[in-house]
Design a protein around this ligand. Structure first.
Ligand code: ATP
Ligand code: MG
Length: 568
């Protein structure tokens, strides 16, 4: 393909709103163009790379035995009511009305549609197991679309759904997808970290996320320095430090703490460590007030709290509720004397002397021993894990990292199959509910994550497997007719061997062409110039390496083929 024939518009500067390296580079290399917040057009080069990622995904899904379907993006509201998720995802969905005034949604995901399909198409255990997949556009009204394709309103996802006769069989389908994901990301040239994850609005009981480690990642995770344990912060557990129990003969006493509001202010004023202050948070769990206690130096993990309480829906209590249950204005809640259920982080189970709010304005209580002075309903692991916490498996210290979630696999169980009666007749003729799994890859996010992980100060460094072109053929001076001719015949020869060539035939200065070549990041650069031809050679340079080599014109195609084959 000639540069002049396609559309490659490189930019010297990234637009203002591009904050992270991969977003800047996608814009500067002319891979995508912004239409509006979270909406992007794929330009020719970006589309070529996207198609390559899709091809890898498709090959590995097929290899794993999944079958491809294509479901509508436009979905009737009723199926979302049927699964019970309309109210959960309402704000995240784009909702529209047809001319009969029927509400439709633009699918943010397809569990409902596929389970409806399975309910109608699968009737016998002989048809199972089945894993369906599609590569399709999803729509989500994200609160904060940003970082280009990373968090868009419209994006491409590969979503797959498995149906099995039993939980054990479903585990095998899950493993097959997990293994396929490992291969997909490897073939895309990505290093990923697999972490245990929260199941959130999807439901189900177990899930793993595939993370591309990057400082710009929106997800936090911890990984054990010693064993393989790794988890998203939404889920990560921690082993408790061993602390000696403490107690005191003294009874709780009130201390005036005027205008001391933050943990740091109170801790400095009372001269107690932040970890010996107990934060009391008031929530509504399924509408009923509860109090939650965490050490002053830790943050509550709402996902863990919701799970510990059996999947309740949680809301921070409003000021009126706080006043009613604590008898004091907001900011002074404490566990002593509360009559609502009180849940405490497990670290507080080791008896110790602490300070708490006093349920009275501008007052705290000192010398509180929770086990003695408060009525704690239950202790759970309730805080967000962080750097240095102990691994729940082996007690080694954990490290905190950031990551980009590129894939997510869930064991769903029967939540959707029950709602849609996706059942089958077993060998004895009894009707049974299918057990499901669901598996997503953000295809467009993966494409950008590849760039986030593989670039330098000059531009993108595409892995060969997903590069828009394999070879960037450059003629520094197109006015030099022999160079132009030699390059044209080399292009023809390479393309006849199936090599993908972007031939920079522009009448531009060499410096501009070489800068653009680095920016585009095409893995192999082949330069045909007056100087190289004087030696009967083409100058070949890999984007990943600094060195160049001179290769005789006659052997260029076989040499490039072997580089390309070697990378597979
Ligand atoms: P996130 O936590 O990043 O919002 P999610 O957990 O809601 O993502 P899933 O429902 O698990 O996403 O979707 C499967 C995959 O789709 C994700 O792993 C991610 O790669 C991709 N994805 C999700 N939301 C977006 C988005 N707004 N833009 C681009 N890709 C997305
Ligand atoms: Mg997810």
């Amino acid at each position: 393909m000639r540069w002049s024939q396609t559309l490659v518009t490189t930019l010297r500067e990234a637009p203002q709103d591009a904050e992270i390296a991969s977003h800047k580079l996608m814009m500067r290399a002319g891979l995508i163009m912004k239409l509006g917040g979270g909406l992007y057009t794929f330009l020719p080069l970006g589309l070529r790379a996207l198609r390559k990622v899709e091809k890898i995904v498709r090959e590995e899904m097929d290899h794993a035995g999944a079958v491809e379907v294509l479901m509508p993006a436009l979905q009737p509201r009723e199926i979302w009511e049927q699964s019970g998720r309309y109210s959960v995802l309402r704000d995240a969905m784009f909702k529209i009305r047809d001319r009969q005034d029927r509400e439709m949604v633009l699918g943010p995901t397809h569990e409902e549609v596929i389970t409806d399909l399975a309910a109608r198409q699968i009737n016998s255990y002989r048809q199972l197991p089945k894993t369906f997949y599609q590569i399709q556009t999803k729509f989500r009204d994200e609160i904060r679309p940003r970082f280009g394709l990373m968090r868009a309103k419209e994006f491409s996802m590969k979503d797959a759904y498995s149906f099995d006769v039993s939980w054990e069989a479903a585990d095998q389908s899950y493993q097959a997808m997990y293994d396929a994901y490992v291969r997909i990301f490897k073939r895309c040239g990505l290093k990923t970290k697999v972490v245990e994850a929260d199941t959130g609005a999807m439901g189900g009981n177990f899930s793993h996320e595939f993370m591309v480690l990057a400082d710009s990642g929106e997800d936090g995770l911890v990984e054990c320095q010693s064993c393989t344990y790794a988890a998203n912060l939404e889920r990560a557990e921690r082993a408790l430090p061993q602390t000696a129990p403490e107690t005191t003969e003294r009874l709780p006493r009130s201390v005036a703490t005027p205008d001391k509001r933050t943990i740091e202010e109170v801790s400095a004023f009372l001269k107690v460590e932040c970890s010996d202050l107990v934060k009391t948070l008031v929530y509504l769990a399924n509408g009923e007030p509860i109090a939650v206690l965490v050490p002053g130096n830790r943050e509550l993990n709402e996902h863990k709290l919701a799970r510990a309480l059996g999947g309740v829906s949680l809301q921070m209590a409003d000021d009126d509720t706080i006043r009613r249950v604590t008898g004091s204005p907001v900011g002074f809640a404490g566990p002593v004397g509360l009559t609502i259920p009180v849940y405490a982080d497990a670290e507080l189970k080791t008896s110790r002397v602490c300070a708490t709010g006093a349920n009275a304005p501008d007052t705290h209580l000192m010398d509180v021993v929770l086990q003695r002075d408060a009525c704690i309903s239950e202790y759970y692991d309730l805080v967000i894990a962080h750097e240095g916490d102990l691994c729940p498996r082996c007690r080694a210290p954990m490290r905190e990292k950031r990551g980009i979630e590129v894939g997510h696999v869930f064991k769903l169980g029967t939540k959707y199959s029950k709602a849609f009666n996706a059942s089958y007749l077993d060998a004895d003729g009894n009707r049974q509910i299918s057990v499901m799994g669901c598996y997503g890859i953000g295809v467009t996010r993966t494409l950008q994550a590849i760039i986030e992980q593989s670039h330098d100060e000059n531009g993108i460094i595409w892995p060969l497997s997903v590069a828009p072109f394999q070879v960037n053929l450059v003629v520094p001076n197109v006015q030099h007719a022999p160079s132009l001719q030699a390059a044209e015949s080399l292009q023809t020869e390479l393309e006849s061997q199936g090599i993908e060539v972007l031939f920079d035939d522009r009448d531009e200065r060499p410096g501009v062409k070489f800068k653009d070549s680095d920016l585009l990041g095409i893995p192999i650069r082949a330069v045909v110039s007056e100087r190289s031809l004087a030696d009967g050679c083409v100058e070949v340079k890999l984007r990943t390496e600094a060195g160049k080599s001179m290769i005789p014109v006659a052997s260029v195609s076989s040499r490039l083929l072997s580089i390309i084959e070697g990378a597979k």
